[in-house]
Write a protein that binds this ligand. Sequence first.
Ligand code: ADP
Ligand code: ZN
Length: 723
Amino acid sequence: MVVGVLVELSNKNIDKVFDYNVPKELESNIKIGIRVEVPFGRQVLDGFVLEIKNENTQELTLKDIISIKDIDVVLSSELLELGKWMSKDNLATLISCYQVMLPKALKAKIGSKNLLKMDIFYKINDIDISEYKLSEKQKQIIDLCLEKDLVIKSELTNISLSALKTLVKKEILVEEKKEHYRIQYNSEKQEKKILTNEQQNVVNEIENTCDQVYLLHGVTGSGKTEVYMELIEKQLTLGRSSIVLVPEISLTPQMVSRFQARFGDKIAALHSALSDGEKYDEWRRIARGEASIVIGARSAIFAPLKNIGIIIVDEEHSDSYKQSDSNPRYSAINVAIKRSKYHNCKVVLGSATPSLESYARAKKGVYHLVNLLNRVNGKELPEVKLVDLNEEMKTNKSYFSKVLINSIKECLKNNEQVILLLNRRGHSSFITCKNCGYTFKCPNCDITLTYHKTSNTLRCHYCGYGDKKANICPECKEESINDLGCGTEKIEEELKKELNCRILRMDYDTTSRKGSHEKMIMAFKNHEYDILLGTQIVAKGLDFSNVTLVGVINADTSLNIPDFRSSENTFSLLSQVAGRSGRSNKTGKVIIQTFNPDHYAIKYTKTHDYLSFYKYEMNIRKTLKYPPYYFLCYIKLSGVDANYIFLEANKIKRSIERNLNGFSILGPTPCTIFRVNNIFRYGIILKYKKEENLKELLEKVLDHYKNNKNIKIDIDFNPSQIF
Ligand code: ADP
Ligand code: ZN
C-alpha cells in the first residue's frame, strides 16, 4: 500500500504530501486522517495520512512508514477538507491548519507522551473458591468484591497489597483497566426556566425559518443564554450535537455550570485553564460521541463532533474569535459558517453590541436579525451617570470621584455589591523617576516596562524580559523611583484608604492559578466580598443578582488606542460592564468616570443606544474607508535589519500597485511597537472593495520569500487589530 503523508514540519518550504509505503502488517490499520510516524531525511516525524494512493503495490523507491500513532482517525474527512479551505482562505500552510484543530496532546512532541490515564479495577472470577485456603485479609478483599461488581484498586490495597496480588495470581480476581477521564460532570439536571414571550418568539423565529446565519441582538440580561439552551435542547432531541463558542474571558465556571445544570454530562468544556491531559480527555469524549454539547473558546469550533445541529457564537463581536498572533489567522465565525454548510445546520451569533460588520450584514439581509429588547426581570437597563474627570480633578485628585465613593457607600449600606472596572487595555502601570522623569524601557523592545508589585519586578509584556525594581534612578542617581501606574493593585490600595470594606481583586495575575477564578466567583457570589475589582475580566458574562452598582474608573484608555475599532471596542466594553448591574429584582446603577464625556462612544453608552452608535460609527467608517465598507488586509514584515525590511516592503507595495486595481495602500509604516525582541516590524495596509486577484498575488509574494531567512511575512485578512 502507498499513502500520501503530510509531515508535521512547520516550515513554509515543506508543506507537501510525501509518499510512503505501508508495511503489510500495518495495512489493515491505515485510514485517511490517522497519524503516522515517518522517516524524513535523518529525522523521524509525525504526519497525517491524507490519501491512500495505491491499495495493492509497494514502490521500491519509497521509504516505509514506521508506525501508526492512533487507533481512531483524528481528522475526519470533514475536518480534512475544512483545513484545505482554511489554508487557501488565510494563505497559511495546510499543516498549520490541521495543527490548530487538534489539542496539544495530539501534536508531535507532546503527543508521544502517553496521556491516557487508566483506573485499575478488580472483580471476582467465575470459579469455585471453596477449594482455596484463604487468609483473613484475602477474605476481606473477596467480600468487598462480592458486594460490588467492580472495585477500584486503591480500596483493596488499603487492606493488603500482597493479599491482592496473590488472589490475582491464583486467578480468583481478574484485573480490568478502564480509561479515567480527569473531569467528571455531574449528570444531575435541574429544572429549566420557562421562557418569556420574547425569548420564546425568538426561539420560534429561528426554528421556523430557514436561513443560514442568525444575528441575535439582545440587551444585557435579556436571557440570551436561555435562548441558546432551548435551541440546543431541540437539536439534542433530534439526536444532533451543538457547539457554543464563548470568549475565553467569559468562559467562566458560571457559564459552564449553567449548561451543566441543564444538560448534565452531555457537555464538554474546552478552555485554557484545562491541563493538556484534561483537554485530551474532553476531546476524546467528544470524538466518541459521549459528549454532544461543546462549550469552548475559539478553537472549540474544530470540535470533532458528528452531525452538528446548531452552532452558537456568544458575544460574537469579541476579537478573541480571530486568531491574530499566529498562523493560520482564521476567524472562528467564518469557520463556523463553513462547518454549518457541511452539516446543514444554523449558526446563531449573539451579542448586546454586535460588531459593525455583523450588524451591517443583518441589515442587508445576509444574516437574519432577531431581537431581545427587554431584560428578563422586566426592569429598564441600569441608569448610567457620567462623571467628567476634567471638572472632578480641579478639586479631587483621587482615583475615585465623590459621586462614585458616595454611591459605593450607599450600596454597601444596603448590603448590596459593587463591580469596579479598571479599563487596562493599552495601558499598564509603568514606573518613572519623580526627579528627572526617566522611564524604564525594555532593552529588546520599544515599550515601557510594567511594574509587578507582588514580585517587585519590572517586566516586558512582549518579550518576557524581567528585572528587579531599583530604587535609585539610573539617570539622575536620586532615590526617587515612584510607582506612577494605576494597576489593580494600586487601585485596591487606594480604595482601602477610603472605604472599610472587603475587596476582591481579579485580573490575569490573580486568576492564573488553576481553579482560582472559580473560587473567586463563588466567594463573590456568596457575598464574602463587597467589591469585585478587576480588568476586562469582570466585564463579561458574569451574572450576580446582588450587584447593583458598576463603576468604571477610567473609560478613556481604550479610546486612546490607535486602531479604527477603538470607539467600537470602548462602546462595547462599557455596555457589557454596565450590563452586570441590576440583573435580578434590584434596580441597578452605573457610574462611568471619563475625560471625554462628549465622545459619542461614551454618550451612547449612557443611553444604551446601540443603534445610534451604529449609525454614527458607520458614517465614520464610510468616510475613512474602513470595514464594513471596505475589506482590510494587513501585511506585516519583520526582521533584524530594519533598512532591508523597509526596502523589501516597498518592493511588495509596488508589485501590488502594478498588478492590481482598486486597492488603496497605506505604508509601509513602522508598527505601533516598532521593535520587539530586537526584531523590527513594518506594516502595509490594503483597503479594497473586491478581492480580485489579491490572494494569488500574495501567494506569489510568499513563495518568492519562502527561502529568505532575513524577512518574515505575516498576512492577516480582516485583522482584528493592526499593531
Ligand atoms: P444575557 O446573556 O442576555 O445577558 P442571561 O442569559 O445571562 O442574559 O440571563 C440573565 C439572568 O436571567 C440569568 O440569571 C438567567 O438565569 C435569568 N433568566 C433568563 N431567562 C429567564 C427566564 N425565562 N425566567 C427566569 N429567569 C431567567
Ligand atoms: Zn521586551
